[in-house]
Unconditional design. Sequence first.
Length: 83
Amino acid sequence: MPEYLQSSMFEHQFWLEILMNHGQFIRDSLYPSEKEDIEQAKTFIQRYSNLHMQVGSLNELNASSFAETADEAAEQLNRRRFP
């Protein structure tokens, strides 16, 4: 496996786990009455979890498209404002 691919896999595993943790923190810090925001946080958690599980299947053919997908997912959380 090329070194750049190993580095990419490590980076994605690390940052996707951080994003999952952020989603969990947001979900757990919301009031129960903030149902819409809780559901949005759960959606983020699930998305980052799914991406995190896919990291192990990265290869030279799909690494670039995976990076774009992961970047888009991170940007969506960045744009979303929770109370």
